[in-house]
Design a protein around this ligand. Sequence first.
Ligand SMILES: [Zn+2]
Length: 286
Amino acid sequence: MIPRSCAVLALALFAASASAEELIRVLVSAESREVLELRLEDYVAGVVAGEMPASFPPEALKAQAVAARSFALTRKIDAQAAGRAWDIGASVLAQVFSRSPGPAARAAADATAGEVLVMEMEPVEAYFHASCGGRTEGGLAALGRDLPYLAPVECNRCGRAPGVRWTLRLAPAELAKAAGLARAATSARVAARSTTGRAEKVEVQAGDRRAVLAATDLRQRLGFSRLPSLAFDVRLEKGEFVIEGRGQGHGAGLCQWGAASFAREGKTYREILLHYYQGTDVVRMY
Ligand SMILES: [Zn+2]
């Protein structure tokens, strides 16, 4: 991350020269080093298509478009400062994008063309996730990013999202392996929680051996899709560990299914963005 003053200056320089023809270089494949250069607005439409169902309400798609554009700009500014040959990756770690966005995604990008989410004129790292399960998570706990606009907020609108309630059953040997223990696990508990109640540390016991690991590491080792979020409890039941949780994703920033509910309630994309990213503003750069 580059110093804040540089980011502000970079944005000022960027805004002075920005146009609808603004380009972005996407690292399509880290292995082949393939870099695709395309118009920023085409990229934004591609991220909306890659990250949100086309059936979502237009205001939710527009919120996603502004979030995607803002996040991309932070990476572009970083790349310019670091002299990198590409601006942003194309995996779930950055933003997934489709090379052939449909009309709904295209319309969301067009309707918000040039609009960026900022805090004090600095574009924000507008992280987002599928469903928070009730309350979003802070940036530090979720991603190690201690950013003022990634503060936990109430959502309470994603209760009907697919997979928002989930259960993972693990054999004692598998949980032990994920915790780095040789013998089968005999007990497990969440040993520390964030302010929103999500797991921060998990303690796993195997006989007289004990391991305490970061919940984010457990999620990575088990697989992000198998352990969909850190809002969970764990218990031993009939010889297997049952992990029950809610929400899909890291939980920071915009909750996509919550945004869809807000849109159906009549909220605009600006209202949706300013709810999930507190203290920010939407500005038009070109
Ligand atoms: Zn939510």
